[in-house]
Design a protein around this ligand. Structure first.
Ligand code: SF4
Length: 241
């Protein structure tokens, strides 16, 4: 019996892929983004174990809604690719039950892991935090070359890039431009802009952890309108989530 370590399962979600979806949050993340709104997801030892079949039984309960709305299941995190065996079993099981699959990820995993997942994943929702290798590495721990090579393994038509828009990190026009051009060069047609929010602040307080972004106000979606227009002018279907 294969088990996954998860920390949450959310039904009737609308933002992480098309249609009505169930989001399964896998525990553990190798990165350390200081704005992270799910700090409880980072340690690999947290969360709880649940069998793949048990998780998928719960996911399958809403299959009628998925079929009617073009939805399905999204595996998120933490970093869902950090549990490669469990994730592979989950997406295989989803496909065998006729459920559409999406991953929400930073593609922070071996090439072998990604290649094995490819046949069972309908949509890759991939974070693009920064295209400057030094800033990305220093702030989040992610290696840009490694990230970029992993993206090349995936059919660009199956990728939506998601750009968290973080004050003091990636809000300059040139940084948006670089992200849109990165997408264009990879043949990726869509990018979602996600405004920074402070919804995770309470979690840090409860965990007794300092929140490095505690003093930064949430971003108004209107702030991103001009960047959305910039993306569209570059040829990327850009939306604000
Ligand atoms: S990749 Fe996501 S889950 Fe991991 S630290 Fe960054 S924001 Fe948090």
């Amino acid at each position: 019996m294969i088990e996954a370590r998860i920390f949450n399962l959310e039904r009737f979600a609308l933002d992480d892929g098309p249609g009505i979806r169930t989001i399964v949050f896998l525990q553990g993340c190798p990165l350390h983004c200081p704005w992270c709104s799910n700090p409880e997801s980072q340690p690999f030892a947290g969360g709880y174990m649940r069998s793949v079949s048990d998780i998928m039984d719960e996911v399958e309960r809403d299959k009628g809604y998925y079929d009617a709305s073009g939805g399905g299941v999204t595996f998120s995190g933490g970093e869902c690719l950090a549990q490669p065996q469990a994730l592979l079993a989950l997406v295989k099981e989803a496909k065998s039950r006729g459920i559409q699959t999406a991953l929400e990820t930073t593609v922070s995993a071996s090439q072998d892991t990604i290649l094995k997942l490819l046949p069972y994943v309908d949509l890759w929702l991939i974070d693009i935090k920064h295209t400057d290798a030094e800033s990305l590495k220093k702030t989040t721990g992610l290696d840009f070359e490694f990230y970029s090579r992993n993206i090349d393994l995936i059919d660009p038509e199956k990728i939506v890039l998601r750009r968290p828009c973080i004050p003091g990190f990636n809000m300059e026009t040139k940084q948006f431009e670089d992200a849109f051009n990165f997408a264009l060069n990879k043949g990726i047609r869509r990018m979602d802009l996600i405004p920074f929010h402070t919804l995770g602040a309470e979690k840090y307080r409860r965990m007794g952890k300092e929140y490095p972004y505690g003093h930064v106000p949430s971003l108004d979606k209107k702030t991103l309108e001009s960047f959305k227009d910039l993306g569209i002018s570059i040829g990327i279907d850009t939306r604000i989530l």
